[in-house]
Design a protein around this ligand. Structure first.
Ligand SMILES: Cc1cc2nc3c(=O)[nH]c(=O)nc-3n(C[C@H](O)[C@H](O)[C@H](O)COP(=O)(O)OP(=O)(O)OC[C@H]3O[C@@H](n4cnc5c(N)ncnc54)[C@H](O)[C@@H]3O)c2cc1C
Length: 465
């Protein structure tokens, strides 16, 4: 067999599973069709770590709570920014107050102890910037905020350092059963393996055809804006409003100090309506503060870890859910237990549970800056002035395990080009560093996928670029 375990899909779930099972004596590979891992997480995410209180489905709530509880340990170990900000569900009408009562009773019935119903005066004390009418609030202390791509990357990097092979830019076409295992057919290769963990269940592989999962999304659309750091609209908790139609409006303080404000709805609403609805919490949105406006399907399907094929060696993670980042550590642990019991494998003696160090110039003291520049002078050269990202950090992002090979890869790993100028001053420099470090021409460097080249042609007047 080529591999003991093949993980299909290098999203956050695939990377987390790879990390957990890389603790064991197994020959493992992750197959990912994109140029980078966890592309989707990087592109769209509201970065909230839920605590299960908001979830109507009890099993989903349990997975969220399990994952939520594991976050402190996992983020501290990997040096991933994570903060428990707590959340307030706010009711402005009697109807919404009834929803809060129901949510509170449901949480208590599930054994959740850390929820409280609060009168408005306490809520105004907790959030002095809240300038809207409140009937009642539900406080829950365990909700948090995270950098999801950093978490996915950390899982991937440590798995990579412990021998997991990442086969990027390779698309799985089919999974075929063979004696004592599977043949996984990609657009480039055919691999045999004893076990398959499929994190891409909506794909149409022949082995799963009978049980093909239709991704019927009834969750509507999530429309959200990213608001620049503005003292008047700064809240320290995640704030939610639920209405009887099942719509949610919420805001969340991001790790970087901005605010995500979102509306999940089945209505076809435009930007102005989104801002209107968000204003119910924020009491107005200044358009000048809006850095980004995005919409994306809002999924609330229950997540199923389907190990009905475990005797043959097949595990599938099915469903799409708005809280899947939260559930990731729990899902990875559950899958790992099934793999270990099926493969009868042992823990590796030389497993290295440490992520390689990295340095963030903008977060360092002057003393620390001096010291790192004395070791590598590239840390003394600022490439992105808005976000204070140095050449040293960009080179490290490229040379690290599972290093960046695209402009987006560099941006996500370092934060470069995310400032007010949105890369106007640094994108060309990033392309040039990528070309130098990967030994390519600048015209070969892509944004994030095939044919997304940034520099299309050489200007013929110059001999070199
Ligand atoms: C708008 C939005 C906001 C969200 N906000 C939050 C939040 O605040 N908190 C939270 O907890 N969760 C949140 N989520 C959920 C979370 O981001 C996703 O559910 C999670 O990223 C899913 O991870 P995954 O690994 O299961 O799937 P994916 O990220 O989809 O990974 C699957 C991977 O498989 C690859 N792939 C697919 N087909 C193939 C193939 N044939 N061959 C090889 N590779 C293949 C894909 O390229 C992809 O990288 C949000 C989701 C959305 C859409």
């Amino acid at each position: 067999m080529d591999y003991d375990v093949l993980i299909l899909g290098g999203g956050i779930i695939g990377c987390a599973v790879a990390y957990e099972i890389s603790k064991y004596n197994l020959n493992i590979a992750v197959i990912e069709k994109d140029y980078d891992i966890a592309d989707d997480v990087a592109l769209i995410n509201t970065a909230m770590i839920y605590d299960g209180v908001e979830s109507e489905d009890t099993l989903t709530a349990r997975l969220e709570r399990m994952g939520n509880k594991m976050m402190d340990t996992i983020t501290a170990k990997f040096n991933v920014p994570f903060k428990r900000c707590g959340s307030l569900i706010i009711a402005q009408t009697d109807e919404e107050a009834a929803i809060i009562e129901k949510t509170y009773n449901r949480a208590i019935d599930r054994g959740t102890k850390d929820v409280l119903i609060l009168e408005p005066k306490y809520i105004y004390e907790m959030e002095p910037n809240l300038n809207v009418h409140i009937e009642k609030g539900l406080y829950s202390k365990n909700t948090g905020v995270i950098c999801p791509f950093d978490l996915a990357l950390a899982y991937g990097e440590v798995a990579f350092d412990n021998g997991v092979k990442f086969r990027l830019e390779e698309e799985v076409i089919d999974i075929q059963p063979i004696s004592k295992g599977f043949r996984v057919v990609t657009n480039k290769n055919k691999f045999t393996c004893k076990m398959v963990i499929n994190t891409t269940p909506s794909e149409n592989y022949s082995i799963v055809n009978e049980k093909k999962l239709e991704v019927n999304n009834n969750g509507g659309i999530l429309k959200y804006i990213l608001l620049d750091n503005n003292e008047k609209q700064k809240f320290s908790h995640a704030l939610f409003m639920f209405n009887a139609k099942g719509e949610r409006i919420y805001t969340l303080p991001t790790i970087e100090g901005d605010t995500v404000a979102a509306v999940s709805t089945k209505d076809n609403v435009n930007y102005n309506e989104v801002v209107d609805r968000i204003s119910k919490i924020t009491n107005g949105v200044d358009n000048m503060d809006v850095k980004m406006f995005l919409d994306w399907p809002f999924f609330d399907q229950p997540i199923v870890i389907d190990d009905s094929g475990i005797d043959d060696g097949l595990i599938q993670i099915k469903g799409k859910h708005y809280g899947q980042i939260t559930m990731t550590p729990a899902i990875a642990n559950i899958v790992c237990e099934s793999v270990v019991s099926k493969m009868q494998c042992n823990l590796k003696k030389d497993f290295n549970d440490k992520r390689r160090e990295s340095y963030k110039f903008r977060e360092m003291s002057d003393e620390e800056r001096k010291s790192i520049i004395s070791v590598d002078e590239k840390y003394g050269k600022i490439i992105c002035a808005c976000e204070k990202v140095t050449e040293g950090e960009i080179v490290d992002a490229i040379r690290r395990p599972l290093g960046a090979r695209t402009v987006e890869g560099v941006k996500r790993r370092t934060g470069a080009a995310f400032g007010n100028c949105q890369g106007a001053h640094c994108l060309n420099k990033i392309v040039s560093i990528l070309a130098r470090e990967t030994n390519k021409k600048m015209t070969e460097i892509v944004k994030d996928s095939k044919n997304s080249n940034i520099v299309l042609y050489r200007i013929k007047e110059f001999d070199s670029m």
